[in-house]
Design a protein around this ligand. Structure first.
Ligand code: HMG
Ligand code: MG
Length: 298
């Protein structure tokens, strides 16, 4: 049977916007984050304290964190690649630090300029500092179903890095389909393998919709007991180090499906549709995803 409720983590302000070529003013990002927290998300990924040379769009992260209205009950997360990023995240009052590793060596090199082992070694200090400062710690695992540079990624490789993230003390671990290549059975195999080494209730599914499989992959994950999903309002995004990757699955589509399945999310779908219209108008395009546009057209 399917779970009765799920947690949806809204990653649009970070995973979504990081890939936009034009500079988005901090004020727009702030309004987006505020609209999303008001819609009821328990977790909004709002910022990324990475090198601005690598991801220029995220250079305003401190400004964004300083400008938002904190909603009690919402955790604000940020990506942190190293101690420099940690210091910035701490100063910005981030609630949850996201360390990000890859299941593929080739992607690790391209994305964070080091091997998987080097990244884990670098995260030891970040993880310790996060815990010492009472912050939540999440681990993202990119390319868990395939890699744009090396191709195949095995379930054993996923389990191996999942264990390393677990041992760093991660409260939650994201099994991410960075390039959206996974299909439902593959997803079930990998999720079940990861759940052998980390509590399934703290594993999340992070699906990009590049090949149109994201909703099917979420449904497949529900069937094996995954209860945390990442989604991006208006389907924003891509990854600067995964060419051709599209955004995460659109939050509106996920919420619509959950509603139909009778699975509680605690999120106001109409408010998310409005947020999607808002940010898409700012970017000068129509929201990706389907449900949001259908609802807005009614
Ligand atoms: P590097 O060049 O090897 O590091 O980059 P470095 O230590 O030599 O630093 C280079 C320069 O960056 C220096 O500046 C540092 O001070 C500065 P310079 O001395 O040349 O003026 N720097 C920083 N500045 C601000 N904040 C920092 C920071 N660190 C160094 N934290 C590094 C290594 C990890 C920093 C770099 O590769 C990087 O920032 N990578 C981030 C890439 C990224 O953000 N990718 C997208 C996110 S991952 C993703 O989207 C996937 C995910 O969504 C899941 C999925 O979908 O699969 C999570
Ligand atoms: Mg992503």
């Amino acid at each position: 049977s399917l779970p009765r409720s799920v947690k949806i983590v809204e990653v649009g302000p970070r995973d979504g916007l990081q890939n936009e070529p034009q500079t988005i003013p901090a004020a727009v990002k702030i309004e987006l984050v505020n609209r999303l927290s008001q819609a009821g998300f328990a977790n909004v990924e709002a910022a990324s304290f990475v090198s601005p040379k690598w991801v220029p769009q995220m250079a305003t992260s401190a400004e964004v964190m300083a400008g938002i209205t904190r909603r009690p009950g919402t955790f604000y997360s940020a990506l942190v690649p190293n101690m420099k990023g940690f210091e910035a995240a701490l100063a910005a009052g981030v609630d949850e630090v996201v360390i990000f590793a890859a299941a593929s060596e080739a992607f690790s090199q391209r994305n964070i300029n080091c091997s998987i082992a080097e990244s884990i070694a670098r995260f030891v200090e970040v993880a310790r500092a996060a815990k010492e400062n009472g912050m939540r710690l999440r681990g993202a695992l990119s390319c868990a179903f395939g890699c744009p540079y090396q191709g195949e990624v095995t379930a054993d490789a996923v389990a191996d890095v999942t264990m390393q993230l677990r041992d760093l003390g991660c409260d939650e671990i994201d099994i991410a389909d960075t390039i959206g290549v996974a299909t439902p059975r593959h997803v079930q195999t990998v999720m079940q393998r990861a759940a052998e080494v980390f509590p399934i209730e703290r594993l999340s599914g992070h699906f990009h919709d590049t090949y149109g499989q994201a909703l099917a992959n979420i449904y497949a994950s529900l069937e094996v007991g995954i209860t945390i999903y990442h989604a991006s309002v208006a389907g924003l995004g891509g990854c600067p180090y995964a060419k051709g990757a599209t955004g995460n699955v659109a939050t509106e589509d996920v919420l619509y499906m959950m509603q139909g399945l009778g699975i509680e999310t605690g999120i106001d779908l109409d408010a998310v549709v409005d947020a999607g219209q808002f940010i898409s108008a700012q970017l000068g395009r129509k929201p990706a995803g389907r449900a949001g546009n259908a609802i807005a057209a009614k």
